[in-house]
Design a protein around this ligand. Structure first.
Ligand code: SF4
Length: 488
């Protein structure tokens, strides 16, 4: 039996849960309760927090005098105590077990950009934030640069008032097949196609009802994002019905961005592209994920790299101005050479925007905890992230949004790159929660944002049939919440 990671915690009662979570974060196979003691002491002094962590001969000690600065409150002192507890556990385990420093240090379950924006709002300077990210949060140098850069680029796009205009997300939860890593509401057409038409009628009803109450409140739609799933599984008259409903029912007079996700390139027929263009769609997301045919087959995507090229050509020939391409790093069996190959083929297509995901092993995915994860661990490396970064840079793109997911491979991140001037406002508003976003359709989430920055959510059911049944009640609920938000 492997007893290496048995340990017991010696820490004040009120820090037990924090320290235990930090141990698990750093040593996922740790068994708590017996074994050598990891001792953690935090002492409050007039000059700050003194933190000492020790474990099997390794010691980490830190005096945090920053927290004694006048701009911190009692709440900040309490929060900092927990942050230092997490930092102490991480640092002493690194020393005792020879662990590699984590790229994002102690940051888990928090959006790094959101944290930086909060600091920015308090008047902290970039160099001061950089110091805090290094000393308190243990974030590695490149990640610190990225997160500060991304936050700096995002701030000019933030609306003054999160409800003077809103964004709308429309979710169509169907796909041609289901990718092995998918954790979204995405029902394969072969098994759930019979639900598509009733779902569409519910969707049309919700769009019309949301449009009615937005007009009633004099609220314009700022951006529209149609995602899913793969909304372009809707073809011909069904697609037209959706596009007409969006165009006729939502108050789009001040809309500056209209995006449709065509994640599966094989769904972009010429007729579909023509209809999207006719409806005023200005941005299409075509998501190859990889340009390796063998990987596409392995992950359950029923298209070829050539389908991606055909889709790009169709969108360009119709004159739709902006194309995003999503890729995923860490797909099973792929090495750096495959990522290089994918980027080289994409370079020929010259996307305007590149989203670089790192594979995440989500619980809802078919692959969760399956054997493929071993292949990922063997092949995946930060060199892939660096290659994607340097390629995007060479293409004239800059990172402008960044987020992390639980179970993401290597503890890394997802990054959206764009050429300056082609950033997606919807992505910024959604990620940073700076504008109310109405989520319409199965699995869509509405986020109500108050002027003070508080966010509350209403989640639509993922199941298309349940969604169809509940749609009127959902609209009523959203209308009531929005009235409360506007104080009317
Ligand atoms: S295309 Fe996207 S939404 Fe559809 S199954 Fe694949 S990952 Fe899920």
């Amino acid at each position: 039996m492997n007893t290496v990671n048995h340990l017991r915690l010696e820490v004040s009662e009120h820090l037990q849960a924090t320290a235990a979570a930090a141990v698990t974060h750093n040593l996922p196979d740790a068994q708590l309760g017996r074994g050598p003691a990891l001792a953690l002491q935090l002492r409050r002094e007039s000059t700050g927090w003194h933190c000492r962590a020790s474990f099997v001969g390794a010691v980490w000690e830190y005096m945090d005098e920053d927290i004694a600065e006048a701009h911190y409150s009692e709440d900040d002192w309490r929060r900092r105590e927990k942050e230092l507890a997490r930092l102490g556990v991480m640092r002493v385990l690194e020393r005792a077990r020879g662990l590699q420093p984590k790229p994002w240090g102690i940051l888990t379950g928090v959006r790094p950009t959101k944290m930086v924006h909060n600091m920015w709002d308090r008047g902290f300077t970039p160099s001061y934030m950089d110091t805090l990210l290094r000393t308190i949060y243990g974030v590695a140098p490149q990640r610190r640069t990225w997160v500060l850069d991304v936050a700096r680029r995002q701030r000019p796009f933030f609306p003054q008032d999160p409800n003077s205009a809103v964004s709308v997300y429309i979710g169509v939860p169907f796909c041609p097949t289901r990718c092995g890593y998918c954790s979204f509401a995405a029902y394969p057409l072969a098994t759930h196609g019979h639900l598509l038409e009733p779902f569409l009628q519910g969707l049309v009803r919700e769009i019309a009802a949301v449009g009615t109450f937005l007009r009633h409140h004099g609220t314009q739609v700022h951006t529209v994002y149609v995602g899913g799933g793969t909304p372009t599984v809707l073809q011909g008259a069904q697609l037209q019905q959706l596009l007409d409903t969006i165009g006729e029912q939502l108050p789009l007079e001040a809309c500056v961005e209209y995006t449709v996700e065509a994640g599966r390139p094989e769904t972009l027929s010429e007729d579909t592209v023509r209809r999207l263009h006719g409806a005023g769609v200005g941005r299409i997301s075509i998501n190859p994920q990889t340009m390796r045919q063998t990987t596409l087959q392995r992950v359950g995507r029923n298209h070829t790299p050539e389908d991606v090229e055909v889709a790009f050509a169709r969108v360009r020939s119709q004159g739709i101005p902006l194309i995003n391409a999503d890729i995923i790093l860490g797909l099973p069996g792929e090495s750096l050479v495959d990522v290089e190959y994918t980027l080289e083929r994409l370079e020929q297509l010259a996307p305007d925007h590149l989203t670089v995901h790192t594979l995440a092993w989500k619980r809802a995915a078919q692959w969760h905890k399956q054997a493929e994860s071993a292949a990922v661990q063997r092949h995946f490396g930060p060199a892939m992230v660096e290659l994607a970064r340097s390629t995007a840079h060479r293409w004239g793109m800059v990172p402008y949004y960044l987020y992390r997911q639980r179970d993401i491979v290597g503890g890394l991140e997802n990054i959206g790159y764009a050429r300056p001037g082609t950033e997606s406002l919807y992505n910024i508003f959604m990620m940073e929660e700076k504008q109310t976003v109405f989520g319409i359709g199965a699995g869509a989430i509405t986020k109500f944002v108050t002027a003070a920055g508080h966010v509350s959510r209403v989640a639509n059911p993922k199941c298309p049939a349940t969604y169809r049944q509940d749609v009127d009640a959902l609209v009523e609920q959203k209308n009531t919440r929005f009235r409360q938000l506007l104080n009317v």
